[in-house]
Design a protein around this ligand. Structure first.
Ligand SMILES: NC(=O)C1=CN([C@@H]2O[C@H](COP(=O)(O)OP(=O)(O)OC[C@H]3O[C@@H](n4cnc5c(N)ncnc54)[C@H](O)[C@@H]3O)[C@@H](O)[C@H]2O)C=CC1
Ligand SMILES: CC(C)CC(=O)C(=O)O
Ligand SMILES: [Mg+2]
Length: 357
């Protein structure tokens, strides 16, 4: 098969982990007789530097003309206080909106061999297998107004949390569909005790659940959900939640796998190509050192093969290669225990490529 992939490395370790993932994709192409053509685009801080724009129209057009988008990460202190007010993160939010990517699937899969890399107890995290279905184009990050203004005579700031019912319906249906092909349990996470958007969310879940009688549905308040994810993560199968809660809960859940550098994601919509990116950010503290864990991005590339290209065997091959490398004890610094050898990004990538042979 011939596929065109838009690659948006972005900032910081985004550049490093995306390079790793394309090397793995090259190996998959060679082994299975596919052709992957990469088109590189600018996004985030590096794009502000180059184009004075965190998301040039050209990047959006390139994405729209491709079969899948692979993204690294955006952001970094260099761009935190620009006089222009531009932010790298506007590029990320902008591309999600422009491609209509309302559903962000964040699988959290525990690797048996990593249970001792985690700070959590082995018996708690062993066998963890859940997916967070995060609403991605609504809620607080997009609500208007979003501004500085005077409140009660002093300086203040306003963000707006708003959801249309149709936005809730489509993400909730997506989550039910996912639960149908998994262990048939859906946990809807909200803050319905205080937020009106959450009360609408809960009502909508309750309306839709009639269409899915085989799915066990529970509602959970987000503060409790944060605690339950750490206390007893195996109670969860599919977790559906709004944008901000999903963002925060998934970083917390990453520790069930040993590191934030392990969590991949797929962002999908109804029309445009899917976008695949690690859950982590640009990690300025380790950027440029060649030590970032590339596995989240490599696993995101596997999700692209599965969801956008229908290449199930190829996706499994990557997942199995990652599992094998970890079973064989290979670790980047974020996963290595004190005294254990830590591989560089490049070395880890080579191990995955070798395991694909
Ligand atoms: N999707 C995206 O593009 C995201 C961008 N960001 C941006 O990234 C910048 C940094 O944000 P932080 O809060 O530091 O979050 P971060 O996710 O970049 O890093 C948090 C911690 O995890 C570590 N880490 C992250 N990925 C890793 C990997 N692959 N291997 C090893 N260690 C890894 C980092 O070194 C750091 O200690 C900010 O500008 C933020 O806005 C943050 C989250 C997501
Ligand atoms: C700009 C942020 C919303 C990025 C982020 O933290 C995420 O999507 O997980
Ligand atoms: Mg996040």
């Amino acid at each position: 098969m011939q596929k065109t992939i838009t690659v948006l490395p972005g900032d910081g370790i985004g550049q490093e982990v995306v390079e790793a993932a394309t090397k793995v994709l090259d190996k998959v192409a060679e082994r299975y007789g596919h052709q992957f053509e990469y088109r590189y685009g600018d996004i985030g801080g590096t794009s502000i530097d180059k184009n004075n724009d965190p998301l040039p129209q050209e990047t959006i057009d390139t994405c729209l003309q491709s079969d899948g988008v692979l993204l690294g990460a955006v952001g970094g202190p260099k761009w935190d206080n620009l006089k222009s007010g531009m932010r790298p993160e506007q590029g990320l939010l902008g591309i999600r909106k422009a491609l209509g990517l309302f559903a962000n699937l964040r699988p959290v899969t525990g690797h048996e061999s990593l249970t001792d890399s985690s700070t959590l107890k082995k018996e708690v995290i062993e066998g963890v297998d859940l997916v967070i279905v995060r609403e991605l184009t609504g809620g607080l990050y997009f609500g208007e107004p979003k501004e500085r203004r005077e409140i009660d005579g002093e300086s203040g700031a306003v963000d707006t949390l708003a959801y249309k019912k149709s936005e809730i319906e489509r993400i909730v249906r997506q989550a039910f569909e996912m639960a149908k092909v998994r262990r048939k349990k859906l946990t809807s996470v909200d803050k319905a005790n205080v937020l009106e958007t959450s009360r609408l969310w809960r009502e909508t879940v309750d309306e839709i659940k009639g269409d899915y009688p085989e799915i066990e549905v529970e509602h959970m308040l987000v503060d409790n959900a944060a605690m339950q994810l750490i206390r007893e993560p195996k109670q969860f199968d599919v977790v559906v939640t709004e944008n901000t809660f999903g963002d925060i809960l998934s970083d917390a859940a990453s520790m069930l796998t040993g590191s934030l550098g392990m969590l991949p994601s797929a962002s999908i919509g109804s029309k445009a190509p899917g976008l695949y990116e690690p859950v982590h950010g640009s990690a300025p503290d380790i950027a440029g050192k060649g030590i970032a864990n590339p596995l989240a991005t490599i696993s995101s590339a596997a999700m692209m093969l599965k969801y956008s290209f229908g290449m199930l065997e190829e996706a499994d091959a990557i997942d199995n290669a990652v599992a094998e490398v970890l079973r064989n004890g290979h670790r980047t610094g974020d996963l290595a225990k004190p005294g254990e050898k830590a591989l560089s990004t490049e070395e880890m990538t080579e191990k995955v490529i070798d395991a694909l042979k």
